[in-house]
Design a protein around this ligand. Structure first.
Ligand code: HEM
Length: 188
């Protein structure tokens, strides 16, 4: 049986050097670190999700306008109404699914490409997806202080790069391609 680091060397066969450069592999130690810290984070998942979104919207209020249900409202109002919590739980749920699939690169890629395709439907542009990461990292930090190291931060950063990479593929390809995704990958 191969180790997680081997399994995660997933190569998108588009021939584009940008794809190869963007894709980073997680090492076995990083996969372990993500799984271990996620177990601690999961106990506070709603809180982490809300803090992530409140921080992102406070920092970039113009992003509120991308959300049809949020448009024209301020962060405090969105938080009090429970709308941020409702949305944040969906996003945290996807992160949870990614971690469940972290040893299954093809399933991980498919999930993210499909999630990316949904964002295209919502008129979200690929450039905004990565904006969430520093806010998520700051939100998880207090819950994993016992485990916190620069390596853990790098592991999460790498996972988000992978997530962003595949979501961007889903946002920029047409829906027929998403259904035939298997033919576009090789696991080395
Ligand atoms: C880690 C990154 C992200 C993940 C995993 C993620 C995941 C999701 C999920 C699961 C949904 C619900 C889809 C559905 O049920 O139809 C969603 C909806 C949406 N996301 Fe994201 N998202 C991410 C980042 C972002 C960012 C950074 C933005 C914009 C700043 C964004 C904008 C939206 C919008 C506008 C919707 C539709 C909301 C609605 O009208 O219900 N997403 N996202």
């Amino acid at each position: 049986m191969g180790c997680s680091c081997e399994k995660l060397k997933l190569v998108y066969k588009s021939g584009s050097t940008k794809d190869y450069a963007a894709l980073q592999s997680l090492t076995e130690a990083q996969v372990y670190g993500i799984k271990q810290t996620w177990r601690a984070i999961k106990d506070h998942i709603a809180n982490v999700g809300v803090i992530t979104y409140v921080s992102m919207f406070e920092n970039r209020p113009e992003l509120i306008e991308i959300f049809a249900n949020f448009r024209g409202r301020n962060v405090g109002d969105l938080q009090r109404s429970g709308l941020i919590r409702q949305h944040a739980l969906k996003v945290m749920g996807t992160i949870d699914k990614c971690i469940s699939r972290i040893d299954e690169p093809e399933n991980l890629a498919k999930l993210l490409i499909e999630t990316g395709a949904l964002h295209r439907k919502y008129n979200v542009t690929p450039d905004v997806i990565q904006i969430i990461f520093p806010h998520f990292l700051n939100a998880i930090k207090p819950h994993i202080e016992d485990y916190w190291t620069e390596d853990i931060a790098t592991a999460w950063k790498t996972l988000f790069r992978i997530m962003t990479h595949y979501m961007e593929i889903g946002m920029t390809r047409d829906s027929n391609d998403v259904n035939t995704i298997n033919s576009h990958f090789s696991v080395t």
